[in-house]
Design a protein around this ligand. Structure first.
Ligand code: URA
Length: 441
């Protein structure tokens, strides 16, 4: 049925509720080009001001999914579980979790995104492994899943294409941070990739994409409720993103940090406790949804064994190989091209680290070249930041807090000036807060 786009925009603008047919019409006509960008932008802004109720959100999800293909993984007689993070700084959990869960005969069909603003993206991290292909066809994706139980790709043109086109428009019309639109966007891709259960890692704090903590909590509940209405299992973790996760920020640096955790023979300069805790808790939740254990704690311990026993690393190396990446780099990271310029930030006083502001570190890393300021910016895979200290650590005046890596001295100076306001030292240490704020299952 045909509708008048102006009437639909007007209805939403005036606080009305759109029907499934109206939403499907608007989205499918936008995808075919019959509805222009200015009308879709107007509708998105009307939604931004008036929100989407539960039924409208469901209609958005269904319309996004129906706009493309759905991967049929039903012939794989195993649970299919994925994880989604709302985005953070130094958040590299997917690189460990995907191969880790695959070791338990859980299928992980992971479709990830690129860096957005100050937050990093799994695809950019994977692509820093020379040769690694994330642009696989659906056939290649399914083939690798059959062989390994895991495959990690970017959003293809076949899967939820309406979300892809509308997301690009939301990005430039200041309509990204709407709870209903975010929920529909995330969930439609998970349904299209064939996931049966999803664990959400919703970040809270200065480095999160939604810095308002109450909005993050609202998003977690909306994701859970909407996912369950599609008959899928779901669980959400609210996790702290006031400080970068782990020690590395920047694409290849983050891959190296993950290898140092996964490879039992690797030299460990630091134990990334916060990263390991969040990764194993998410892993435990994924195992719980896959019905491989009773609860998250039991799953946590099961994951711990495979992670530190080397099985997870072997799976990761297999994945790199099947997706075209240079496997030699997994063993010989010293052969990776180093950044040409390096500097250090040193402690200006004795005391305890009281602040490593995730937003400042994410923004500094982008300025060093590890992220994009414009959509077509080229990424410098060797650029980034390596922390030597974490919040709560004791520090002496003059000791290194972090090292910065970039192609030019100019980039280093810009990042240093951003970080000046993002690092704090106090005379007394304070009680460290748990990185897992809440588990909603
Ligand atoms: N990630 C997505 O995939 N979609 C959103 O809308 C926000 C984050």
């Amino acid at each position: 049925m045909d509708f008048n786009p102006v009437e639909i925009i007007k209805k939403k603008r005036d606080g009305g509720t759109l029907t499934e047919e109206e939403i499907r019409f608007f989205i499918s006509s936008f995808l075919t080009g019959q509805i222009p960008e200015y009308q879709m932008s107007a509708l998105l802004m009307a939604i931004h001001f008036n929100g989407l109720n539960d039924d409208e959100t469901l209609s958005f999800v269904r319309s996004y999914v129906q706009s493309g293909k759905t991967v049929d993984l039903s012939f794989l007689n195993k649970p299919k579980i994925d994880k989604h993070s709302t985005g953070g700084v130094g958040d590299k959990t997917s690189l460990i979790l995907a191969p880790l869960l695959a070791c338990f005969d859980v299928v992980v069909p992971m479709m990830s995104g690129r860096g957005l603003g100050h937050t990093g993206g799994t695809l950019d991290k994977l692509e820093s492994i020379t040769g690694f292909r994330i642009d696989l066809s659906v056939t290649e994706f399914v083939d690798i899943l059959k062989k390994l139980n895991v495959c990690m790709i970017g959003q293809t043109d076949d899967l939820a294409p309406a979300d892809k086109k509308i997301y690009a428009l939301r990005d430039v019309t200041a309509t990204v941070d709407d709870i209903g639109l975010i929920t529909a966007s995330i969930l439609s891709k998970k349904i299209a990739e064939g996931a049966e259960g999803i664990v959400y890692d919703v970040k809270m704090g200065s480095g999160a994409n939604l810095p308002d903590t109450e909005k993050s909590r609202e998003l977690a509940y909306k994701l859970l409720e909407t996912t369950r209405k599609f008959g899928k299992e779901a669980c959400a973790l609210l996790t702290d993103m006031n400080e970068p996760l782990g020690y590395a920020i920047g694409n290849w640096l983050e891959v190296e940090e993950c290898i140092s955790i996964m490879d039992p023979s690797a030299k460990k300069s630091h134990l990334s406790e916060d990263l390991i805790q969040i990764t194993l808790t998410l892993g435990g939740a994924m195992l719980m949804l896959a019905k491989k254990c009773e609860g998250i704690q039991e799953g946590f311990q099961m994951c711990e064994k495979k992670l530190f026993g080397g099985e997870c690393f072997a799976k990761f190396v297999n994945l790199v190989e099947l997706q075209g990446g240079n496997v030699e780099l997994m063993i010989h990271q010293e052969t990776y091209p180093a950044a040409s310029s390096r500097s250090e930030i040193r402690a200006f006083d004795d005391g305890f680290i009281s602040l490593l502001d995730a937003l400042a570190f994410g923004t500094a890393a982008v300025n060093l070249g590890s992220g994009r300021m414009k959509a077509d910016d080229k990424i410098d895979n060797s650029a980034g930041i390596l922390l030597s200290k974490k919040v709560g650590d004791r520090v002496n005046k003059g000791e290194t807090i972090c090292e910065l890596f970039a192609e030019t001295e100019n980039r280093l100076r810009t990042a240093e000036s951003i970080l000046n306001k993002g690092i704090g030292i106090s005379k007394t240490g304070s009680q460290l807060k748990d990185k897992i704020i809440q588990v909603i299952d």
